[in-house]
Design a protein around this ligand. Structure first.
Ligand SMILES: Cc1cc2nc3c(=O)[nH]c(=O)nc-3n(C[C@H](O)[C@H](O)[C@H](O)COP(=O)(O)O)c2cc1C
Length: 203
C-alpha cells in the first residue's frame, strides 16, 4: 500500500488516548480522508486522558480538520462496514484487550470490530496498537491469532536510542512508527542512522 488516501482510526477504551490524538492530528493534514470511530469506553477514556469536556463534541474538538469524519460505533451504514467500501488502512489505537479479542476471534459486534474484520478478509492493512501490562496468555494468544490473520501488532513501546526528552517525543515516535507502516513519509523521530556521537539529542 502506497500513499493511503482513506484511513480508519478506531479509539477503544485502553489507556493511551493521547497517542491516538497525536496520530490523528499528524494524519489529518497529510491524508484526504480520515474516518474516526470511538468505542463507548474509548470515548470516555479519551475525554479523561486528553481532557476533552463532556459538553464538547468530537466534531467540534477536531473541527479544524476538514479531512476528519466521526462515525458512531453502532453505525453500520458506514461504507467501510463492507468490503466494497474501500478504506486503504485501519489503525486501532489504543486497542483494548477486549477489542483485540474480538478482532482475533472474528466477533464483529460493533462498527470497529466489523471494519477490522473487513480489513483482514480483504487483505488490507490493519494495525493494532494494544495497551495492557503485564500480558496474560489470553492476550498473547489473541495477538498471535490476529497477527496470523494479517494484522500488524504494534505495541506503543518507546525506543530509548532516540533519547526522548518529553512525552511529546514519545508520542511522535509511536506516531512515526505507525506512519512508517502506512508508508506515509514523515520526520517525526530521528532514525538510527541519524545518531552519531555528535547527535545533539544525546547531550
Ligand atoms: C481509565 C481506564 C483505563 C483502562 N485501560 C485499559 C488498558 O490499558 N487496556 C485494556 O485492555 N483495558 C483498559 N481498560 C478497560 C476497557 O476500557 C474495558 O475493557 C472496555 O470494555 C473496553 O471496551 P472497548 O474495547 O469496546 O473500548 C481501561 C478502563 C478505564 C476506565
Amino acid at each position: 500500500m502506497k500513499n493511503p488516501k482513506k484511513i480508519i482510526i478506531a479509539v477503544t477504551g485502553a489507556s493511551g488516548a493521547p497517542l491516538a490524538d497525536h496520530l490523528i492530528r499528524q494524519l489529518a493534514y497529510r491524508i484526504p480522508e480520515i474516518h474516526i470511530i470511538f468505542s463507548s469506553m474509548g470515548e470516555k477514556v479519551f475525554r479523561q486522558e486528553v481532557g476533552v469536556p463532556e459538553n464538547l463534541s468530537f466534531d467540534d474538538y477536531f473541527s479544524e480538520f476538514h479531512s476528519i469524519r466521526i462515525w458512531d460505533s453502532g453505525d453500520f451504514s458506514a461504507p467501510f462496514a463492507s468490503g466494497s467500501g474501500v478504506a486503504h488502512a485501519m489503525v486501532i489505537i489504543p486497542c483494548s484487550m477486549k477489542t483485540l479479542s474480538a478482532v482475533a476471534n472474528g466477533y464483529t459486534y460493533s462498527l470497529i470490530e466489523r471494519a477490522a474484520d473487513v480489513m483482514l478478509k480483504e487483505r488490507r492493512t490493519l494495525i493494532l496498537v494494544p495497551r495492557e501490562t503485564p500480558l496474560n496468555s489470553i492476550h498473547l494468544q489473541n495477538m498471535l491469532q490476529a497477527g496470523k490473520a494479517g494484522a500488524l501488532i504494534l505495541p506503543p513501546v518507546p525506543a530509548f536510542y532516540t533519547f526522548p526528552k518529553s512525552l511529546e517525543d514519545i508520542k511522535a515516535y509511536i506516531s512515526g512508527k505507525i506512519m512508517d507502516s502506512l508508508n506515509i513519509p514523515h520526520e517525526l523521530y530521528p532514525r538510527w542512522s541519524d545518531h552519531g556521537d555528535d547527535n545533539p539529542k544525546r547531550s
